[in-house]
Design a protein. Structure first.
Length: 192
């Protein structure tokens, strides 16, 4: 085992849309959704603002910090904007135009890990890794599947975002890759 991603590490997530031009997962502006903290979109840089594109990966099943992340694990993603940008969360329904392409839920951050049952929990699935021992590593491409209602959908980019400095809006979708790698996320280890 080499270079595994470990719980407690800080990462950036780069979206695969249009040949990896989908931007980096980012908090941007306050969310008006009930119980939400910040809106989530992508940005051209993982450092649009201090900590906005940095996420701490935490176990949602009790694995200790320092343990390797395994494909299929249940995780929380905590944003580090302002020291605590909240937890990646499904909250409310996707827009009508997004729903026309299979979308399910809007995505924002919330103060708590589980604003409602499963909304802040994501199952991480790696496409592959080297060596192929089941663990996840920086550079791997993953899908993030939300567990709300036992089927919250796959995290994806969908339509442009109207937030200042943002690139694409985020939602979840019933399909793991409805178009041009929109649900592919490449893991990059954040610089300390």
């Amino acid at each position: 085992m080499a270079n595994e991603l470990k719980y407690g590490e800080q990462i950036h997530l780069q979206n695969g849309y249009n040949g990896w031009q989908g931007g980096y997962l980012d908090t941007n502006g306050h969310s008006g959704a009930s119980g939400a903290k910040y809106q989530v979109s992508t940005a051209d840089s993982p450092a649009r603002g201090k900590g906005t594109g940095t996420w701490e990966i935490l176990s949602a099943s009790g694995k200790a910090a320092g343990q390797p992340v395994v494909s299929g694990d249940l995780v929380y993603l905590r944003n580090l904007y302002g020291g605590d940008g909240g937890y990646l969360d499904t909250n409310g329904h996707a827009s009508d135009s997004q729903k026309a392409a299979g979308a399910k839920y809007d995505v924002s951050t919330s103060q708590g890990r589980d604003r409602a049952a499963g909304t802040g929990r994501w199952r991480i699935f790696a496409r592959t890794s080297s060596p192929a021992d089941g663990t996840v590593r920086p550079g791997d491409v993953v899908h993030l599947w939300n567990t709300y209602g036992d089927n919250g959908g796959f995290l994806e980019t969908n339509h442009t975002s109207s937030a200042s400095g943002a690139k694409y809006d985020l939602c979840t979708n019933a399909y793991y890759n409805r178009s041009s790698d929109v649900a592919d996320w490449k893991i990059h280890r954040a610089q300390a």
